[in-house]
Design a binder for this molecule. Structure first.
Ligand code: AMP
Length: 210
């Protein structure tokens, strides 16, 4: 978990490779649904475009379905979920049903100015969800995905006013989730302000720490 733009997606993708378990990002699943124009996407779109959260029941159903698939049986990296206290409760129910528990909750932190800078330059691949930054992680050919050659885009919710709203939502609704997992002894805070390699080392340490 962590504020928008802190590097959750980038780091979760690395963890997926390292651990050999699926990377489950509610943001990616919702964006795919919006792009495909499914009923889920139609429901989610206006919330996402305005920087708000998609309703808890919608995201809860989505996660229940995703974590029930066979590939999640050996573990998973959750990214961007749970983001509210009711989502923590629905995750508890799903985990009980599938017979597993969380090993760790890793919370990435970074100064607000750094977050705004990162989001302003972020470009994403609409096809394979790879993430780039115009200054710090540019693709080999400007504006083109290295992995699948699709044209890169800026996420509509990376526009400045929407970023401010997303940060406000994070502080109001998601910070209490961190407190809850701290109480449960699962939370490890990790400095997310360095380069991706340094942050990944810190994350691994956070995972291994008792
Ligand atoms: P992300 O890619 O994680 O920044 O998510 C992008 C957007 O998808 C968020 O700003 C929300 O509108 C929506 N979203 C993603 N995950 C959740 C969640 N767990 N609960 C509610 N909305 C979510």
């Amino acid at each position: 978990m962590g504020p928008p733009g802190v590097g959750k997606g980038t780091q979760a993708a690395r963890l997926r490779k390292e651990l050999g378990v699926p990377h489950v990002s509610t943001g990616d699943i919702l964006r795919e649904a919006v792009q495909a124009g499914t009923p889920l996407g139609r429901k989610a779109r206006s919330f996402m475009d305005s920087g708000g959260l998609v309703p808890d029941d919608v995201v809860g159903d989505l996660i229940a379905e995703r974590l029930s698939r066979p590939d999640a049986a050996k573990g998973f990296v959750l990214d961007g979920f749970p983001r509210t206290e009711p989502q923590v409760m629905s995750l508890d129910r799903v985990l009980e049903r599938v017979g597993t528990t969380l090993d760790r909750v890793l919370s990435l932190t970074a100064p607000e100015a750094e977050i705004v800078r990162r989001l302003g330059g972020r470009r994403v691949c609409p096809k394979c969800a790879a993430v780039y930054h115009v200054d710090t992680k540019p693709p080999v050919s400007a504006g083109v995905c290295d992995a699948c050659r699709s044209a890169l885009v800026q996420r509509p919710d990376d526009e400045e006013a929407v970023v401010r709203q997303r940060l406000a939502v994070f502080f109001e609704q998601t910070m209490p989730v961190a407190a809850l997992y701290r109480q449960r002894g699962l939370l490890r805070e990790v400095d997310g302000s360095g380069d991706a390699e340094t942050v990944f080392e810190a994350l691994r340490n956070g995972l291994a720490a008792p």
